[in-house]
Write a protein that binds this ligand. Structure first.
Ligand code: ATP
Length: 135
């Protein structure tokens, strides 16, 4: 079976590299499945799960915090502000981040940046979901 190289990169450095049979990612206009040889494409990603499918049928799920996917026929790059492979997610930290974000969203204070809290909540919920469904 043919494969395509996938690189997941964040400002902190590379998170995961592999040769995969397929990548499933959630762009802002919907979910896409990318096979080797796909036409070039750049698309913004949702805060979401990206699934890497290996030639042996196994898979790895990565929590991605938005960013972009860049597709070339022989290489797929996921460039994200933050990304964690499911088994590297610190679940206690994600639950604490969720609790903090919810507390900020409940508060009536003018000092709270609600948009920022909403996005932080989305990141935390995404990490919790990816962890609970895959670890
Ligand atoms: P927190 O409030 O817990 O820092 P956050 O959503 O603000 O969460 P980010 O700014 O998205 O965190 O990420 C900062 C760095 O910390 C990134 O390298 C990210 O991969 C890592 N990180 C954040 N939360 C977790 C987690 N629950 N498990 C593992 N790594 C995490």
């Amino acid at each position: 079976m043919s494969t395509v190289q996938v690189n997941i990169v964040t400002p902190d450095g590379p998170v995961y590299d592999a040769e995969v049979a397929m990548v499933i990612a959630k762009t802002i206009s919907g979910e896409i499945g990318i096979l080797p040889g796909h036409i070039p494409l750049v698309a913004p990603l949702e805060i979401s799960a990206a699934t890497l499918k290996f030639p042996d049928g196994s898979k790895k799920v990565v929590a991605v915090g938005g960013g972009f996917i860049e597709v070339r026929p022989d290489k797929i790059s996921i460039l994200s502000p933050a990304a964690e492979v499911a088994e590297n997610i610190d679940i206690a930290r994600a639950k604490e981040a969720k609790r903090r974000a919810e507390e900020r969203l409940r508060s009536k204070s003018d000092d709270v940046d609600f948009k920022r809290a909403e996005i932080a909540l989305k990141r935390a919920i995404n990490r919790i979901k990816v962890y609970e469904e895959n670890v």
